[in-house]
Design a protein around this ligand. Structure first.
Ligand SMILES: C/C1=C2N=C(/C=C3N=C(/C(C)=C4\N[C@@](C)([C@@H]5N=C1[C@](C)(CCC(=O)O)[C@H]5CC(=O)O)[C@@](C)(CC(=O)O)[C@@H]4CCC(=O)O)[C@@](C)(CC(=O)O)[C@@H]\3CCC(=O)O)C(C)(C)[C@@H]/2CCC(=O)O
Length: 205
């Protein structure tokens, strides 16, 4: 069968197609690189219309990663999608969702396991890059923790997906004063979020 078999060529053509079809004209170049990779992960060139960000988010995330900051993820799917070879300082990629303490913690605080897992991030939160791609409750919990005086992450990639709380949690992040990147509305997901982290991790396409 006739199809492209060279991985590098597939990526090159994909990125060229995205740049030809998506209207990236409203984005600064550093954010545009990240959004191209997010679109690459989901195939939706109109995703760009829903992307919102704080002006310093790419610089803040890059600086943190170059300085060795950990990447704190809400779901294993996000953590698994981060390409370790792209990370500039062998950064730790952490997801505490499967920790044995989480179910009891969730029952204690009356929230989901995804939200409770953040309570185990501890002193790794300050200066970290947070990547939330699945659970709206995790993003709400992060904002509650920061509002209550927890150390502030350097940047938050907040792209949870879904129908209950996803849009609202992302709007709340955008209002929080944290450096952020979101996709407004219901769209999001672990793959898009991991792709954003991979774009931030390296200047390479
Ligand atoms: C309500 C939840 C939603 N999950 C969605 C989509 C997907 N979730 C997958 C998987 C495998 C996991 N989801 C959990 C995080 C689980 N999902 C939830 C919760 C019930 C609550 C989260 C919230 O609303 O904030 C959550 C369980 C919890 O107590 O926190 C997961 C932990 C469930 C589990 O397996 O135990 C698990 C995460 C695994 C991991 O660590 O990676 C899906 C693959 C669905 C499937 O299995 O069919 C899918 C992945 C989507 C993605 O791209 O990440 C929604 C749609 C986000 C939904 C929340 C919003 C909504 O329903 O409106």
């Amino acid at each position: 069968m006739e199809y492209v078999r060279d991985g590098a060529e597939i990526y090159r053509r994909s990125f060229a197609t995205i740049r030809a079809e998506a209207d990236l004209s409203g984005l600064p170049e550093d954010v545009s690189r990240v959004v191209v990779r997010m679109i690459h992960a989901c195939g939706m060139v109109d995703l760009v219309e829903d992307v919102r960000f704080s002006p310093g988010v790419v610089t803040a995330a890059r600086k943190a990663l170059l300085g060795g900051a950990p990447i704190l993820c809400d779901a294993e799917m996000v953590a698994s999608g981060v390409t370790r070879a792209r990370l500039p300082a062998a950064n730790e990629v952490i997801c505490t969702l499967r920790d044995a303490a989480v179910p009891a913690l969730a029952a204690e605080i009356g929230n989901t396991r995804s939200a409770a897992a953040l309570d185990l991030w501890g002193d790794r939160l300050g200066g970290s890059v947070v990547a939330i791609g699945n659970a709206p409750t995790a993003l709400f919990r992060l904002l509650e923790m920061v509002a209550a005086g927890a150390p502030r992450p350097a940047a938050v990639i907040g792209v949870p997906v879904g129908f209950i709380g996803a849009a609202e949690s992302k709007e709340a992040l955008a209002e929080s004063g944290l450096e952020y990147l979101i996709v407004r509305g219901r769209r999001g997901g672990s793959a898009i979020t991991a792709a954003a982290v991979n774009a931030l991790a390296s200047e390479a396409e």
